[in-house]
Design a protein around this ligand. Structure first.
Ligand code: ADP
Ligand code: NG1
Ligand code: MG
Length: 485
């Protein structure tokens, strides 16, 4: 499978899910989604689409800077049941979880996503609009919008760094594509879902959508950008990966102006300033989007890092200093989008440019060391060292960890993991640990005791939910369309 292949269409659940999960809950889950669909719309869905969450093994906050990342798809996923409803002419969206209230939209793909509302169906509209955006952008004939009935069911914990948002956005995009009788390649879908998820308010980098669409059972993927492509990474057979949720929720859209989008802006400002200091003229520098372009300009990662150390200062830059450095026009341009305007209007502390840049360059280096170590089948202990380095950089330089995540990472290491780090955007959510395969049970038990037992006792998490809170995971398959299941 690759970027030029289409999304798999399967006719049995066995082609996607393992026997154990089908037996315990997955078959029943599909029956529940079907029942919810029949109850809401009075007939069976035409098809299902599913797209998984992901765990990023290494390469945090560098996808939007143009650097490769190394995630794998996980078994937790989002299912979308769909049917065309020609008579309603509307997009009706429901959820099996009653916490998520239903909503009905007009079918015009031109409508805006109301990011400020933070309603969960924003991600549905993102996926819906993305299909039409792509048709328009690629000059393909666009079918007239029709009514669609949709029911969503997700098992990816939300706001926890396992990318429930992209699993939802991608599953909807694939379902809508199928319902409209369209067929795009995986590369095309990965590309447009990255862009359209930005309607939700975060300036998404593309990793989550790429792996949710293109993940494959048994392998992690080195994902490259501009253009999107993936290479299989065979993980060491003697190691396993455990995910733990630190239980601090981090809803990205809600906090984007002070966290995620602020980091995107900080990196862009650093790149423009570096471009100018390195001799670009104002026009050239203002077109720089990523720190990777600075590396390309100076010819090597070490030269880019040295330039950052020479030309950027520690601590915060305020808006006035940045305006003086890059000029009013470039300043206005960086802050022209609604998302960046929000960053500017909420920012009191200023912008930390050197620390963010050093994180990006060092993390990009660790991704390649990790991939090379996997290819050379070195001792997994080395992978643990890179993962620990990544966490430290996220914590100290990128400042995207939090006390609960640091505690969980420490708990993994104390339990015998070879390494551990936050995964996903951070500021809450999950950590991922690498452990020797024969130590999986003992690490799970020790972390359960050291991190979770007091939280279960305090009512922060119910023991019933531990299966999606602390679990070993294998690389799983990417998006699929299920017909006649
Ligand atoms: P993450 O992607 O790390 O899980 P985000 O903050 O990016 O966190 O996305 C979480 C949001 O995505 C939720 O608050 C909700 O709006 C939406 N979402 C994800 N999965 C579902 C689902 N199965 N049902 C309803 N909403 C969902
Ligand atoms: P999560 O934690 O899933 O929202 C986000 C971004 C990624 C990437 C990581 C940090 C979106 C949809 N996803 O992931 O592109 O930048 O943070 O590495 O915005
Ligand atoms: Mg997300």
């Amino acid at each position: 499978m690759g970027t030029d292949d289409e999304v798999r269409v399967v006719s049995s659940l066995e082609e996607i899910y393992d026997a154990a999960s089908l037996e315990t809950h997955t078959r029943a889950r599909y029956a529940t989604v079907r029942d919810a669909f029949v109850k809401a719309y009075g007939r069976e869905p035409d098809a299902f689409a599913r797209s998984p969450g992901r765990v990023n093994l290494i390469g945090e906050h560098i996808d939007y800077e143009g650097y490769s990342v190394l995630p794998m798809a996980i078994g937790l996923d989002t299912i979308v049941a769909i049917s065309v409803n020609a008579s309603s002419g509307k997009i009706a969206v429901g959820n099996t979880n009653e916490k998520y209230t239903p909503k009905t939209f007009e079918s015009s793909p031109e409508q805006d996503v109301d990011a400020a509302s933070l309603h969960w169906t924003n991600y549905v509209m993102c996926g819906y609009k993305g299909v039409f955006d792509f048709l328009k952008e690629s000059d393909k004939a666009s079918p007239a919008p029709v009514g669609l009935d949709i029911i969503v069911d997700g098992t990816v914990p939300t706001g926890s760094g396992l990318s429930s948002s992209s699993a939802l956005c991608c599953a909807v995009a694939v379902a809508v594509m199928h319902a409209l009788g369209l067929n795009f390649t995986q590369g095309e879908i990965a590309d447009f879902t990255c862009k359209c998820e930005r309607y939700s308010g975060t300036q998404s980098g593309g990793m989550d959508q790429a792996i949710s669409i293109m993940g494959e059972a048994g392998v992690a993927k080195l994902v490259d950008f501009n253009p999107i492509s993936t290479n299989d990474v065979n993980l060491p057979e003697e190691a396993a990966f455990i995910i733990g949720n630190c239980l601090a929720v981090s809803n990205k859209a809600e906090t984007a102006h002070e966290r995620y989008n602020l980091r995107v802006v900080e990196c862009r400002l650093a790149a423009i300033i570096l471009g100018l200091k390195l001799g670009m003229n104002a026009e050239e520098a203002s077109k720089i989007e990523t720190l990777k372009e600075i590396e390309d300009f100076v010819g090597s990662m070490s030269a880019a890092k040295a330039a950052a150390e020479e030309h950027l200062h520690e601590g915060y830059y305020d808006a006035r200093e940045i305006e003086e450095l890059i000029g009013v026009e470039a300043f206005m341009d960086v802050f022209s989008s609604p998302a960046s305007k929000l960053v500017l209007s909420h920012n009191e502390k200023g912008y930390k440019l050197l620390a963010r840049t050093l994180h990006v360059y060092s993390e990009a280096g660790r991704v390649h060391l990790f991939a090379a170590a996997c290819a050379m089948k070195v001792d997994p202990t080395e992978l643990g060292v890179y993962m620990n380095g990544s966490h430290e950089s996220c914590r100290a330089l990128y400042e995207c960890s939090c006390a609960e995540l640091d505690e969980l990472v420490d708990a993994f290491r104390a339990a015998g993991a070879l390494g551990a780090r936050l995964t996903g955007a951070g500021w809450g959510g999950c950590a991922v640990a690498i452990v020797a395969k024969d130590a999986v049970e003992s690490v799970l038990k020790a972390v359960h005791e050291s991190f979770y037992s007091s939280r279960i006792a305090a009512g922060l998490i119910s023991a019933d939910n531990m299966a999606t809170t602390l679990f070993a995971t294998l690389p799983s398959s990417g998006a699929a369309i299920l017909k006649g299941v």
